[in-house]
Design a binder for this molecule. Sequence first.
Ligand SMILES: [Zn+2]
Length: 412
Amino acid sequence: MSAHIVLTSHPRKGEAASPEIHWGAATPQQRGPIVASLTNPVHRNAIGSHSGAYAVYRALAVASGQLQRDHRPDFTNTAPAEAIGPHPQWSDADKIVSLDPWGHMASSAFAERVAAGVDIRPTIAVTKAHINMPELRAAVIAGRLHPDGDILHANGDVRVTKAAVDPVWYLPGLAKRFGIKESMLRRSLFEQTAGMFPELVTRSDLKVFLPPIGGMTLYFFGDVSRLGRPETRVACRVHDECNGSDVFGSDICTCRPYLAHGIEVCIEMAQQGGVGLVVYNRKEGRALGEVTKFLVYNARKRQNGGDRAETYFERTECVAGVQDMRFQELMPDVFHWLGITRIDRWASMSNMKHGALAAQGIDVVERVPIPDELIPADARVEMDAKKAAGYFSHYTPDATELALPKGRGLEE
Ligand SMILES: [Zn+2]
């Protein structure tokens, strides 16, 4: 390890050696590679570090002597299991601002520079898997899904392609999307991360930021190569992470039932020759985090009058200061990345998500609400509150309905 700590806050001698980035350029060579590795700081042209929040574990591995500080990945056989793109949207700097459209091709598109010693790393990986959920087997037994031996097997196995996507933020584009000044965005990022990334305020020449947050996982059902063609029908569920429900089956919300229903809709679409897509965003508890979420659960269940829909959003706002921090404004980027301009079946009741797609010119043909029989009893509070707030459904509850306590007490 070098004896000196290298500060990245100001340009250093030889900084001209870092490759230029022309966001929105038509080819990877014209766009230039994103270099966020720390192994050779002279090459860096981005703020932040690879692997999002996991960079902290990498630091522990280096500090404890288990990982060489200058370890370079060997990319043999890591190429995407399915080709994605390029699509025309990739060369529009305003359409994609929160991920690198060339991120899955980084090691091949820039193979020469990698070989020459520039530490360029993929920010997207594409692989294949089989998934299996009890809800899908139940849907087969109930006669809603029909195994075809290809996409859906009789034992409930579903063949999928999946992609992991790390966030790559183009700061001028992000500021434009939110209608704010880039300087205000940079300052807020700098301050709210407690000064973790000084370049945000000292290096206005660096326009790309790899934020220390979770990214997303995409699950594709059917033939991925059909995406981007106007005739391809697409079904989709955009799902924001809810670990308690998604993994552990907690019944206070509708997350896992909605996820399973979305997958069902996606399988049907794939079986009809279209493509199904589940976008799974790491935005736990409306991006407020799980600690805040559990505090809100307690506040809801302990309040006078019990857990009821009329105070559902208010209790969140009391604790977090806002109702929601998911910022759906950035969510459509993934559709631009996949060349999708029309979603034929949209498994979601969220007006914020729907509005964000419309603002980005992506058509939603049919909105598919969750069937009532798939909603757990304790989740009625959330469902009624969302419907009353204008979420999409075929029924809107009235004020008397919203005042009724419907959630369990804390000790029940
Ligand atoms: Zn949930």
